[in-house]
Design a protein around this ligand. Sequence first.
Ligand SMILES: C[S@@+](CC[C@H](N)C(=O)[O-])C[C@H]1O[C@@H](n2cnc3c(N)ncnc32)[C@H](O)[C@@H]1O
Length: 265
Amino acid sequence: MEEEKRAGTPMLLAKRADDANLTSKHRSLWNCVTVIFARMSQILRAYRTKPEASQADDTSAIWSERARKFGRRCVYDLSVPEEGFDDITSFQEKELYPLLRAQISVPPTRVLDYGCGAGRFTVSLRDLTSAEYCLGYDPCPELIEMAVAATVDPRTHFLTGTPREFFDRLRFKFDLIWMATVLGGIRGPELLKLADDLASALASRGLLFFAENTAPENPENNFWQSRPEAWYEKLFGERGVPIERVGSYLSCGNQVSIFAGRKSS
Ligand SMILES: C[S@@+](CC[C@H](N)C(=O)[O-])C[C@H]1O[C@@H](n2cnc3c(N)ncnc32)[C@H](O)[C@@H]1O
């Protein structure tokens, strides 16, 4: 009873009603009210404490739906049909791989393909870098299922789960983190946190290499952000990973910039 007094719970409210000698009809009505009250407070509490989680959940749900509807080609502009998808991947490899090779003097031991989608670069990335271990991570389970089904390389592995789970469970750092058009799909506040996590997942002198849609202005839209190049340079520069633009290409008429830089220490 003492504990209930302190807690002020709906259960306690029901007991007080009992004390006031209400009829059984009144009592059950009162109990109903307390249950509704408890449920409403639960919903309000969940709503108040979840804004960031629901943003990540929204993104994840969008990718799952795209993956179910369009299969592996959901990771690119949907105007590209399935028949043209492998050509697009070859085109991107031709643009990106020579620039990546130019950044690598010693083969990295561990490579991360962050936001790997259905893993269309993960295996060739391991081959190109001669890494001992290459990990493709994506929060969309449907895409990771496709990646696993299409891969037989024993040195290439895939993981899914929320980004928070992924970073919290990491027990080692990466010598190279690669991202092919991932950051544009992540909104401001979530991206700041992700940049912290990526910088800490990178080994000392580790290489960050990524391609992202860029534009001189920063028009916010719902699905994909084309941010200015300087925005990404500042984002990672402030976290001890000074990057610079090392190239660019056009993707469906939009500019994609290629960035590379090593963690300072
Ligand atoms: C445009 S696709 C690119 C996929 C892959 N890099 C490729 O080029 O095939 C963007 C990917 O980012 C993933 N993604 C979305 N939010 C993410 C996050 N917070 N962390 C990591 N990946 C995320 C999506 O599930 C999706 O697979």
